[in-house]
Design a binder for this molecule. Structure first.
Ligand code: FRU
Length: 486
């Protein structure tokens, strides 16, 4: 079948064929979660940017539909967002049908402008607005509009970046067609070369009734692991502009791995208690996104994550990210172990035949002096060497690390191999690592989502081993994750 290649993600979204990058237009409407994405419909390299389209009823199982918004007349369809215009403020609605409106960047060789298109059939077919562009600043770099409804002012809000100036611009509109600039945000402490794909959303603060505004930005370079990455700020939003309340200091990285970019959140989610925002990212690094050895597709999405904030002892807010609950339906019976003897743990894994390329592993560590962790996707290469991806914890440095220097194919680009770290302190003397392994990825969630490390790997299909090391392991569970492509 189409989804059985050696590096084909089994429970992450990837396009059936050809190139994909950023998730776009994440929106829920009438029982369907939409995932649009940057797509080249004719080749497995970047180009002819078009919005590809997939839908899901549960955010887990995806069905790819024909491309939604095509490149035309030399205008590429760059990243952007989608809203459900329930009150027909745009006037695009007809016969009581609610318009879905996409707001995206029209890209021409020397000009980027903001455009809209609408759909009256739940995102299946789209009509570009005849008076596009809706915002033209006569700039070469001006892109990635995130639009959402701001209830208190009954206005649409757009956050859009001037990438090279690292400036976020805010606009308001009552009809999605005419926009008025209302504010700007810059951050002197950002190490990024450019900002792309902004996302601004109000999220709950864990264990309180409080909500704060989370601004996430994609950084063209100087990400946590080198190359591209993402950073965030926490603050206030009054409908007109964002005010940062995060103290200046070390960059607040969204993810500490090498492959986390362009993540944005869903619009119009059904209200369910105090649920956090839900994001999806592109699992890639701009250093080598065009060279990863996958075929006949290139580019995959991360797991959807639920986003919240926690208030720290120093009274600042930190992002927590957890895989969405809906993923539980994919989990098989659990292998469980408790103890202190790692060789006995490894022996019970072998006895139980626990191995694979599609599972979630949770390990609880009581870190004492030396490094402990696990080697996943372990096996022998054709040359007889051992390959594996190492996920470990160093109690002296208080860091989680993912080492993919000998994880399989790494030589296609010099920036690929590497060891990436994230700071993490024990809580009540414990470190927990939740590790989601798929055919070409490893996503690590440390201490219930306080840090994440997202990385691609390209091991041999036969490298299926799991082996723990070190004296800190106290409990382990492993559950197979069922594939989503039927
Ligand atoms: C980020 C990005 C966006 C742009 C799109 C083009 O990866 O460069 O800024 O809209 O990709 O495909």
């Amino acid at each position: 079948t189409t989804y059985q290649q050696p590096f084909r993600p089994q429970y992450h979204f990837s396009p059936r064929i050809n190139w994909s990058n950023d998730p776009n237009g994440l929106v829920y409407y009438d029982g369907e979660y939409h995932l649009f994405f940057q797509h080249n419909p004719v080749d497995s390299h970047w180009g002819h940017m078009t919005w590809g389209h997939a839908i899901s009823r549960d955010l887990v199982h995806w069905r790819e539909l024909p491309p939604a918004i095509p490149e035309e007349n030399g205008v590429m369809i760059f990243s952007g967002s989608c809203v459900v215009d329930k009150n027909n403020t745009s006037g695009f609605g007809r016969d009581g049908r609610v318009p879905m409106v996409a707001i995206y960047t029209g890209h021409e060789p020397n000009r980027q402008t903001q455009h809209i298109a609408y759909s009256l059939d739940k995102g299946r077919t789209w009509t570009k607005y005849q008076n596009n562009p809706i915002i033209d600043l006569n700039k070469k770099d001006f892109r990635d509009p995130k639009v959402f409804w701001y209830e208190p002012s009954q206005r649409w809000v757009m956050a859009v970046v001037l990438p090279t100036e690292k400036k976020l611009l805010f606009y308001n509109s009552s009809n999605l067609k005419q926009w008025t600039k209302t504010g700007e945000f810059t951050a002197a402490d950002s190490p990024a070369s450019v900002w792309e794909c902004p996302d601004l959303i109000e999220v709950p603060v864990e264990g309180t009734m409080e909500r704060k505004w989370l601004l996430m930005l994609s950084m063209g370079n100087n990400g946590a692991a080198g190359g591209s990455g993402m950073q965030y700020y926490v603050g206030r939003f009054n409908g007109l502009t964002f005010t940062n309340e995060s103290a200046p200091g070390p960059t607040r990285f969204v993810d500490w791995g090498k492959d986390y970019y362009a993540a944005v959140t869903y619009n119009n989610l059904p209200v369910r208690g105090n649920r956090g925002a839900i994001s999806i990212g592109w699992m890639a690094n701009l250093h080598y996104a065009g060279e990863v050895p996958t075929s006949p597709f290139r580019g995959m999405m991360t797991l959807p994550r639920e986003l919240r904030l926690v208030k720290t002892l120093t009274k600042s807010y930190e992002l927590v990210q957890r895989p969405i609950q809906e993923l539980k339906q994919l989990l098989g019976p659990a292998f469980r172990w408790n103890g202190t003897d790692v060789s006995q743990l490894n022996q019970s894994l072998v006895n139980a035949g626990v191995s694979g390329d599609s599972y979630v592993l949770t390990a609880e560590l009581e870190p004492i002096r030396t490094e402990s962790g696990v080697r996943v996707r372990q096996g022998k290469t054709a040359q007889g060497d051992t390959e594996a991806t190492v996920v470990g914890y160093d109690p002296l440095k208080q860091q989680v690390h993912v080492d993919r220097t000998r994880s399989g194919l790494v030589a296609f680009k010099k920036e690929f191999a590497g060891r990436f770290t994230a700071p993490l302190k024990p809580q009540n003397g414990r470190i927990t690592l939740q590790i989601w392994v798929d055919r070409s990825s490893v996503e690590v969630f440390g201490n219930d989502g306080l840090i994440t490390l997202t990385n691609q790997i390209f091991p041999s299909p036969d490298s299926l081993g799991i082996e723990f090391y070190g004296n800190a392991l106290r409990s382990v569970t492993v559950q197979a994750v069922e594939g989503i492509w039927k």
